[in-house]
Structure formats: structure tokens, C-alpha cells
Write a new protein. Structure first.
Length: 377
């Protein structure tokens, strides 16, 4: 196939995969939400060595004015940096210690399961799981709770990805491709998985799918949990964080970025439906084809300058429109997107090596074995 045509089809597939995602604050269901007090809400924050960032989230929650009864629970996952002490310094925060990690469980799933097991929850109570590095604006948690009341099942939010250092721009492709793979922009069908940094559900529905015990071996527990809800016939919804929910991923450096994305890709990619996987592959390859079709690339003397440049700019504009909804990715990083694309390919190859050869991934000081499937509850 002609490389120009190949790239053009890839560009169109990118728009189809993107769909029409909705920001949390713009969900039309919130305009019609019941003005009655929100149900009792329990926020569970699993934390492992999060002393540096946990105060920011707890400060956000302390400054919030919830519509109904709310409690905040931090479950300390064997931290060594004083995470539990930091959590206890905030009034009204309950701090629990995760028991020793049993065989066959990943750390985050065990921490979440242990916290829920220790709590007295009514079926109509709403559980909100928040990662410790997430930042929430006033009312954002209540918005997620209202959507759970309206839709049932599970509601999750992909936080807006803030970046500060140059290497963090390498998350451009992984973040967008992860979203394309979920199908979250297509509201006629349930997404593939959910986003773990913020997910909300009723205790009844959480128990109905088996909770985190049902996905205890899954490295990408959020993806597996979303699939469990979908397979149980319960609604699954994903919203973008916009200016309401955000986080900074992998602030510790390139190694943390590589380990984090390797962990996510190693298992998350397997859950993506074949047609979406093929579409995403074509989109990636198409953006690469556009780059090598530029007239100044050696061997492209026969390519019309306007055609090659126009196609490349079309991908730049497309990436810019997607990136502005998902994170603070700079114009230079987007204009030079082949750099981020090559980094993504390297991360994907690394994830294949870890998942197919090493059969394990590394994250937060733990080696996590990969299993073919998670155990049923």
C-alpha cells in the first residue's frame, strides 16, 4: 500500500478510536442529578511510600465540602517513609495497616481488599478508591458519586496528566493509546477496563463482582476490575478528569516511567479487543509513515513536498487535540512526535520482554509475577 494512503487511513482510524470522550464536569447526567444529600461515601486510599504526595490529596479532601456523610481511609501498604504518620496528622482520617501480602495477590489489590473488609459498609454506601498521587478539585468526588447514583455499576476518571520535566513528555503516546484502547469515547458500549486512580461504585455492586479479590493476581487490576463489572452486566463509565481531577505520573525519573508503563502495557494490552488493537497499531504505524514521508527524508525525492508536510501536520494537529484533553504535553513534544513514538515502541518491546520472557514486572520495589488469568472470587 502506498505509504501516504496508509498514513491517511491511520489518521482517520485515530479519530474513530478517540470517539467523543466526556469530561467529568461536563457529564449531562450531573445537571439532572438528585439534589438530595449524597449517600454515605467511603474514600479508600491505598498508599505505599507516598509520604511526599499524600498530604496534597488529603489537603484537597479536607478543603472539600461533601454533600453527604464522608469518611477517608488510608490503607498503608508496608511503607518505609512514614506514610502512615503523615496520614494520621490529618484530622478525621482513619489509618489502617495492610496485613502481610499473601501469595497470589498484588499489593494494591490486597490493600484495597483489606480496607474494605475492615469497614462496616451498607449495600447503598458508595466506595471511592483514590490513588495517593491524585489531586481533586472541590466537588469532584461528589460528581463521581452522583454519577454512580445515576448509572450504577462503576464510574472511573482518567486524571489529567500534568508534567513538569522533559522526560515526562515521553508519556504522550502511552497515555493516548491507553485511552484509545479502552473505547471510553464510545458510549454505546462498555469500555474495556477502568482507570484505577479514581473509581467509584456502590458497595453492593463491588461485592457482586467479587471486589478486588476477583482480580487479585492482575497487575493491571483496574482493567481487570472494569471487565468484571462489564461481564456481570453492570454499567461501566469512564470520564476525563479535565480541570477537576489530575495527577503527575512517574515524577521520580525515567526508570520509574519505564517500570510504570511496562507494568501497564504488559497486561493491559491483552484486554484490548482485537479490532481496537489493530486500529491502534495502524494509527501508530500511520503516524510513523507520515514522518518518514516528509520530503527532506532521504529517498523521498518523489514525494510531493506539500503532501508529505500536510500529512505530518495533520498528525500533529490530531495529537495536539487529543493531548490537550489528557495532559500538559508541550507543542515541541507534539511537533516532534516521532521521538515520543519511538519511546513508546521501546516501552512496548520492553513490556513484551517482561511479560513473555521474564514473566514478571517490577513496581515499587516488588517483583510481580504475571499470571495467565486472575482467579475468580
Amino acid at each position: 500500500m502506498d505509504p501516504i494512503l496508509f498514513a491517511a487511513i491511520g489518521w482517520l482510524l485515530g479519530w474513530w478510536l478517540w470517539g467523543r470522550p466526556v469530561d467529568l464536569a461536563d457529564d449531562p447526567a450531573l445537571a439532572d442529578a438528585d439534589p438530595a444529600p449524597a449517600p454515605r461515601t467511603t474514600i479508600v486510599i491505598p498508599a505505599r511510600d507516598e509520604a511526599a504526595v499524600l498530604p496534597l490529596l488529603l489537603g484537597d479532601l479536607a478543603a472539600d465540602a461533601p454533600d453527604g456523610e464522608r469518611r477517608v481511609v488510608v490503607i498503608d501498604d508496608h511503607s518505609t517513609d512514614g506514610t502512615a504518620e503523615v496520614a494520621r496528622s490529618f484530622a478525621g482520617v482513619t489509618v489502617l495497616a495492610a496485613p502481610d501480602l499473601p501469595a497470589g495477590w498484588t499489593g494494591k489489590s490486597w490493600a484495597c481488599h483489606s480496607a474494605v473488609h475492615a469497614l462496616d459498609l451498607g449495600d447503598d454506601d458508595v466506595l471511592v478508591f483514590l490513588d495517593a498521587d491524585v489531586r481533586v478539585a472541590r466537588g469532584a468526588v461528589d460528581d463521581a458519586v452522583r454519577l454512580v447514583e445515576r448509572h450504577g455499576g462503576v464510574v472511573s476518571v482518567q486524571p489529567f496528566h500534568t508534567t513538569e520535566r522533559a522526560y515526562e513528555q515521553l508519556s504522550l503516546y502511552p497515555g493516548i493509546i491507553g485511552f484509545l484502547g479502552t473505547g471510553a469515547g464510545h458510549h454505546q458500549q462498555a469500555p474495556t477496563g477502568v482507570y484505577g486512580p479514581l473509581l467509584a461504585t456502590t458497595a453492593r455492586d463491588y461485592r457482586a463482582v467479587g471486589g478486588h479479590a476477583a482480580v487479585r493476581t492482575a497487575v493491571a487490576e483496574d482493567v481487570a476490575l472494569g471487565i468484571a463489572y462489564r461481564d456481570a452486566g453492570l454499567p461501566v463509565a469512564i470520564r476525563l478528569g479535565g480541570d477537576r481531577v489530575r495527577f503527575r505520573m512517574y515524577p521520580a525519573g525515567v526508570r520509574q516511567l519505564a517500570e510504570g508503563w511496562t507494568k501497564n502495557m504488559a497486561t493491559g494490552a491483552k484486554a484490548v479487543p482485537l479490532h481496537r488493537s489493530l486500529g491502534a497499531f495502524w494509527w501508530i504505524a500511520g503516524s510513523g509513515s507520515a514522518a518518514i514521508s516528509l520530503p527532506f527524508v532521504p529517498g523521498n525525492a518523489g514525494v510531493a513536498a506539500t503532501t508529505g508536510i500536510a500529512l505530518y501536520l495533520a498528525f500533529v494537529v490530531q495529537l495536539r487535540m487529543m493531548a490537550r484533553r489528557t495532559g500538559t504535553f508541550s507543542w515541541p513534544a507534539i511537533a516532534l512526535y516521532p521521538v515520543a513514538m519511538v519511546a513508546f515502541v521501546g516501552l512496548f518491546v520492553r513490556s513484551l520482554w517482561r511479560s513473555q520472557v521474564r514473566r514478571s514486572v517490577r513496581w515499587r520495589g516488588r517483583t510481580i509475577p504475571l499470571h495467565e488469568a486472575h482467579h475468580p472470587a
